[in-house]
Design a protein around this ligand. Sequence first.
Ligand code: URP
Ligand code: ZN
Ligand code: ZN
Length: 456
Amino acid sequence: MQKILIQNGEIINAQKRFKADILIKDEKIERIEYKMEAEADTVINASGKLIFPGFIDAHTHMGIPVRGTESADDFDSGTIAALHGGVTTVMDFTVQEKGESLVSGLERRKKKAAGKAHVDYTFHCNVTDLNDKRLLEIPEIIRQGVISFKAFLAYKEAGMQLDDRQILELLRSVRDAGGTVMFHAENGDLVEFLTDTYLKYQKTTAKYHGLSRPAEAEIEAVTRVLTLNRFVECPIYFVHLSTTEAAQLTFMAKENGQPVFLETCPQYLLFEEAVYEQENGHRFIASPPFRKQNDLAYLWMALNQGVMDVVGTDHCPFTIAQKDAAGGAFHLTPNGLDGVETLFPLLYSEGVKKGRLPLRKMVSLIAEEPARLFGLFPQKGIVMQGSDADLVIFNPEGESTIRAKELHSAAGWSVYEGIQINGEIESVMLRGNWLLKDGELQEENLNKGQFIKALI
Ligand code: URP
Ligand code: ZN
Ligand code: ZN
């Protein structure tokens, strides 16, 4: 492969920002130096541009089964969307079928991505059908390079919910093998009870999605996991946290020394529960639901102050036809939203440019910290000598508007339609290959995404 020299850019890592030249050889960053003297086949002038490590979306669901249908993006369309948003690594989830072994679930999921993905990928291992045999597989999954296991405290109706004893067993086995347990924290029994109650009175509009999954469902689930984990002390990670109280409880546990990490998503930073009362509010159905204005403000503050560790997107979009198929009935509408392409643009524009998020903190949330927490650092998550040459060259000048017709998700629409965006991603590199170059998709470099093994 040729040597590429990128000159005069400003590198933005989570720990520091500095002006330097970057020499890339094969798939790696060979050298970083201020005003470098080096021979190269191609020289790029990045003067006035910011250079970020390729972003990591720690939470995507490409082509998963939800409420009788499948999320609209597979690894092909979903990672085309990713690369246009500067995301060069996606962390997706395995799908464990009833009675299936964890190893077989991982194999199946790897096959779905292989040869299709345009960015690198790894998986978190869903554990939805747990017994002693499955617990014994955990070290093998970790040996195979998947070090995070996801438990659901909700989705009872889909047979995915674990009980407290199972959670304790999972925490202990994962701790002993050096992994992390992730939690979808909603009290599924409360959700089921409230859902059944609303349905009894024919209350099926989107508003009841929010009412059947109240803040208390999240707060109770987080409290329970934190309490159970006091007896195990396994590293734990809460996905898509949406409420002030749950974030505060987690922060207190962190302060008390529990190894606990927190993720929120752009939708919980930008949308309020009132959205569900708008026309076609059911199209915004995602779990957990959107909350109140004070939660949004708290979550922004938590990002800024380091209470939150990661922003992932929970990318799991559906077409309008899929969203509308149940006539708006909240309990039948597939839950999930688009996000992978707009992760960085939204955090930069709504966070950094609006003074709610320091620039380097943003890089920590969507590059360095997910790489560290999930065993990919320093291969990913930082612009550093020896790291993979995954880069985003960003022009901070200019403004545009998010338009679904310009996005790349197969869903064909976006909940972020119409939001103003600052700057423009000009070029994106994955392991030394340009995926986007001056805004142009580089077709010859597609389908080169690889499974990246995580290390404990
Ligand atoms: O509504 C959502 N978030 N759908 C995707 C699955 C999940 O719970 O993460
Ligand atoms: Zn979830
Ligand atoms: Zn999810």
